[in-house]
Structure formats: C-alpha cells, structure tokens
Write a protein that binds this ligand. Structure first.
Ligand code: URA
Length: 233
C-alpha cells in the first residue's frame, strides 16, 4: 500500500494533509524518515507520525466535546442526538457512545465501534474513574459533602456508591471523581445531600482528558497512545 494511503487510513486525516506531513519529514517507516508519499509499505511495517506509532486497526475511536441539549441515543423525538455531530461515515458500523451523558451534561464523550474497548471503560469491574466539574445552586461546605466521600445509598439502589474524590474550587464549584456510572449518578449524589446541580461537565475518563483545543460540538480521532490507555496490557 502507498505510505500516504496507509497513514490516512490509520489516522483518518485527509490524504492531502498526510502528504504534506510526509513531505515535511514527520513520518517514519522502520525508524527512517520517508518523504515520498508514494513509497510502498506493508501492514507489518512500524510507522510513526510525529513520533507516535500508528496502525490500521479497522476500529474507530473518537473524542467528542458534547454540547448541552444533545442526547446519547440513536434517535430522539425531542432533541438532536450526538451522532448528528459526526459525518455520516462515522455514524455507521456499530459506532456507539461509551456510556452516556445526560442531555444537559456537556464535556468529554467517547465514541467507538470497538465494544471490548468501551466495556473496559464502562464496566464497574474495571474501575475506570470519571471526573466531572459540578456547579451547584447553593454554596457547599466540606462537612456537607463528607457522605459522598464515604459512599451514599441512592434512592432505589441496593448498594451505596463507591467512595468519591472531591476537590472544591469555590463555594459553588467542585470536581468529583467517581468509579461507577449509575443513571444520573452525580446529580443524584448531590440531591441526596440536599444540593441541586445547575451545571455538569465531564472532564476526564480515566487518564483521558477532554482536549482543550476541541470546541463545543467538535470531535477528533483519538491518538494511538490515548486508545492504548484502555487496551489490555
Ligand atoms: N452523572 C449525571 O448525573 N449525569 C451525567 O450525565 C453523568 C454523570
């Protein structure tokens, strides 16, 4: 396969941009810089772009900066769905959201067509922490959030939540890290201590942080190192 075609397939970057990257020396094959986009490569060759290993896996992994007002579903009668923010080619073939964010929640949303990968992020067995920024209607004192650190029994649940981590930034704002992904979990945790969440944003899933360069509503393909965060060792 031609080198430019291989890199474009692996990274989903357009062929013309890839050709410029190759000509400017940003691509290596087997450790050597190759500047000819037409150079022939094999699927087994070790290829890097900007020092990062790339490979054609056939699977797709995206990060979306989810706006408020979009639903994590394939269809919805009342609201637009997050898939409308992707080009048609990325909506097909088993592409799904990795867990769900509420319609009113914004921030980091991962999408993929790799079911094993998404399972490693969403399954409670894998303890993948999710970090959220929470803005409350009323000021909060550290004493009030102590039950969230210990774990709290939410209405209708059999077991208390796992202990959360909390970092308060001002009277109304804090970051909370939780291990699970129960329905409306963060809003319900604060409701359980008598607080109403007025804004909720997901900042990170595990070590994968929302890219600050992504404007609200934009997506990008994950880098190989980001995909590898949730691959088995
Ligand atoms: N917790 C919530 O309450 N809502 C979300 O969207 C995510 C976590």
């Amino acid at each position: 396969m031609r080198l430019d075609k291989y890199v474009a397939h692996a990274t989903f970057i357009s062929r013309s941009v890839v050709q410029r990257a190759i000509r400017s020396g940003r691509v290596t094959v087997a450790g050597e810089v190759v500047r000819d986009p037409a150079e022939g490569v094999a699927l087994t060759d070790a290829i890097t772009l900007d020092g990062e290993a790339i490979a054609v896996t056939g699977k797709r992994y995206l990060m979306l900066h989810k706006p408020k007002g979009y639903v994590c579903a394939n269809h919805d009668d009342r609201h637009p769905v997050v898939f409308e923010l992707l080009p048609a080619i990325l909506r097909s073939g088993g592409m799904h959201t990795v867990g769900r964010l509420d319609c009113d929640t914004h921030g980091l949303l991962l999408l993929t067509d790799d079911g094993d990968w998404s399972h490693r992020i969403t399954s409670p067995r894998h303890h993948c922490a999710k970090r959220y920024r929470v803005r409350l209607a009323d000021p909060l004192t550290p004493a009030a959030w102590q039950p969230l650190l210990d774990g709290i029994l939410l209405h209708g649940e059999k077991r208390p939540t796992q202990p959360a981590l909390i970092l308060q930034t001002d009277d109304y704002t804090l970051e909370i890290t939780i291990q699970e992904g129960k329905y409306h979990q963060v809003r319900r945790m604060f409701a359980a201590i008598g607080h109403h969440v007025v804004d909720l944003a997901r900042l990170a899933s595990g070590e994968l942080v929302l890219d600050p360069e992504l404007a609200v509503g934009e997506y990008r393909h994950l880098r190989p190192t980001e995909i590898a965060l949730f691959m088995p060792p």
